[in-house]
Ligand binder design. Structure first.
Ligand SMILES: *[C@@H]1O[C@H](CO)[C@@H](O)[C@H](O)[C@H]1NC(C)=O
Ligand SMILES: *[C@@H]1O[C@H](CO)[C@@H](O)[C@H](O)[C@H]1NC(C)=O
Ligand SMILES: *[C@@H]1O[C@H](CO)[C@@H](O)[C@H](O)[C@H]1NC(C)=O
Ligand SMILES: *[C@@H]1O[C@H](CO)[C@@H](O)[C@H](O)[C@H]1NC(C)=O
Length: 488
């Protein structure tokens, strides 16, 4: 049965789309940004420019080896943050200063010129690299020309290390500012700041933030104003696990505080993770002036993750765009952008169910938006949530993906087979989950607060099963089928 389905899927792809080098669409996502073929990691840019949303991403465009390698910039464009289409590759590693990779960066509108700022990567020998900052410009938003005097920042600050990458640029009062990820003399993570009048001549300002304890290198820095505060997001490497914090090999985290442009002093609070799921890192935010929103994309992957889609000629994908805010406790929150409602086809489920042990709703989990509400005051069970069967990796084999509220411990838990993630959930009167499921991904937004993002792999079509342990729960479920944006 399953092998027959796989065979038919393969056959359908073969007939319909002989030019596409993805050999099997089994795990292709229906509405997320993913590479046309080959490998994708960090989102780059993004920007709203000339009435379109541009998203770039780290990309190795080879379906025969869909692995991280000499990085290019893939490019997609959308009128509405929902319907994306592929544009030609924006940056290719072809210069003496970027010959081993056009690494991550950002995009700005320089008085009408779409300008990319990126890291050039050159591997000098097994222990030393040359990481430098460059710009490339475009008048049409499709073809990019590298500046003839690149690199615009040739080398790292004298008290730093050669790990010097992922520039993020913004404008404040006619001056351009750039944060770059770097390391101090002890090889600990830090963010350094530059400024410029013209994007081409940069002066070093100093260290914006650093830590002796939070990881060895801070990748993908992002610094912005949000709801009256300043937020610094970094993606630290080698941050040791602490209970249920920093469980992933690498994750995104943030500091909230106050910043003074005159003194370059950023006074901030503690470090918190942006998303608590299995596959979320290497984030990029952008401010959309047309709608006055700050939004974020993350790489929906992990450096040590299992990517069975590599067998099909591709690997890696990006999250849905999420709107960022600070809540009353000063914590960063993410909510799916309102435009995603455009994906809805039909409401396929709307019921209140009294769950006792197990209830299979039959809702297909291939391209589905879900709202699941569990009032806590009516909850008689110790645990209540939902589950479906999936595969984690070859070693862990098959098991259950489970998301539930643990009443005794007052936790929200997301477990992919044995890999458990959890967060405190105290004092709320109900659990309200807003969930975007695609063919091999799930993004769970809990009461508009914390978020869990993960990939999962099931060769057949999984369905949503509600479950409880030791008692009953009243559960409200609403579901919408979502369309496939990649088919015309
Ligand atoms: C793609 O990858 C294959 C396998 O590693 C390699 O043989 C081939 O040369 C690559 N193609 C390009 C265009 O780099
Ligand atoms: C911005 O572009 C406009 C039109 O192309 C030009 O007239 C103007 O001088 C430019 N401004 C700056 C500051 O370069
Ligand atoms: C690598 O290159 C750097 C810079 O050229 C040099 O200082 C260093 O000695 C080299 N290391 C090795 C192991 O070759
Ligand atoms: C999801 O599965 C359902 C049930 O098999 C099917 O009707 C629907 O077309 C699928 N959706 C997508 C986007 O593939």
């Amino acid at each position: 049965m399953h092998s027959l389905t796989a065979f038919l899927a393969f056959f359908a792809v073969f007939i319909n789309d002989a030019s596409n080098q993805v050999t099997n669409t089994e795990y292709r996502l229906n509405y997320h940004v993913q590479p046309e073929q080959g490998w994708a990691n960090d989102p780059n840019g993004p920007i709203h420019w000339n009435n379109q949303y541009h998203l770039f991403y780290q990309h190795y465009p080879n379906s025969s080896s869909p692995d991280w390698s000499d990085m290019h910039w893939g490019h997609v464009v959308s009128p509405d943050l929902v319907h994306w289409k592929y544009l030609p590759i924006a940056l290719t590693p072809d210069q003496h200063y970027d010959k081993n990779g056009c690494w991550s960066g950002s995009a700005v509108d320089d008085n009408g010129t779409l300008t990319l700022i990126y890291t050039g990567y050159v591997q000098l020998n097994s222990s030393t690299s040359w990481q430098n900052q460059n710009i490339a410009t475009s008048k049409d938003g499709v073809t990019f020309t590298k500046y003839e005097k690149n690199p615009v920042i040739k080398t790292w600050p004298i008290d730093g290390s050669d790990n010097f990458r992922d520039p993020n640029v913004w404008k404040h009062k006619e001056i351009w500012y750039m944060v770059v990820g770097n390391q101090n003399v002890n090889n600990r993570g830090r963010v350094v700041l530059y400024k410029s009048k013209d994007l081409r001549n940069w002066g070093y300002v100093g260290v914006l933030a650093s830590s002796e304890t939070l990881g060895t290198m801070w990748e993908m820095p992002d610094f912005f104003e949000l709801d009256g505060k300043f937020v610094l997001i970094v993606n630290p490497q080698n941050l040791p696990r602490d209970d249920y914090n920093y469980v992933s090999l690498q994750s995104a985290g943030y500091f909230v505080g106050d910043y003074d442009y005159e003194t370059n002093i950023f006074k901030h609070g503690p470090y918190h993770e942006v998303d608590l799921g299995h596959d979320f890192v290497e984030t990029r935010t952008f401010f959309d002036q047309s709608t006055n929103r700050r939004m974020i994309f993350g790489w929906m992957g992990m450096w040590d993750a299992y990517f069975p889609e590599k067998n099909d000629g591709w690997a890696g994908a990006h999250t849905i765009p999420r709107e960022l805010h600070l809540n009353e406790n000063g914590k960063l929150t993410m909510t799916p952008v309102a435009e995603l409602k455009l994906l809805r086809e039909n409401q396929i489920y709307n019921s209140r169910i009294l769950v006792s042990e197990q209830f299979d709703t039959g809702i297909p989990l291939n391209s589905t938006e879900l709202f699941i509400n569990i009032p806590i005051d009516k909850l008689k069970a110790d645990k209540a949530g939902f589950t479906f069967t999936c595969m984690q990796n070859v070693a862990a084999g098959w098991g259950q993906f489970r998301v539930y509220y643990d009443k005794k411990r007052e936790k929200i838990v997301s477990t992919r087979i044995k890999d458990q993630r959890e967060a405190d959930w105290k004092g709320a009167s109900e659990i309200s989950l807003h969930i975007y499921v695609d063919r091999s991904s799930i993004e769970i937004f809990v009461n508009g607060g914390i978020t869990f993002t993960s990939r999962f792999y099931v060769p057949w079509l999984p369905t949503l099963t509600l479950f409880t342990e030791n008692g009953q729960a009243e559960v409200d479920v609403q579901a919408y089928s979502l369309k496939n944006i990649w088919k015309n």
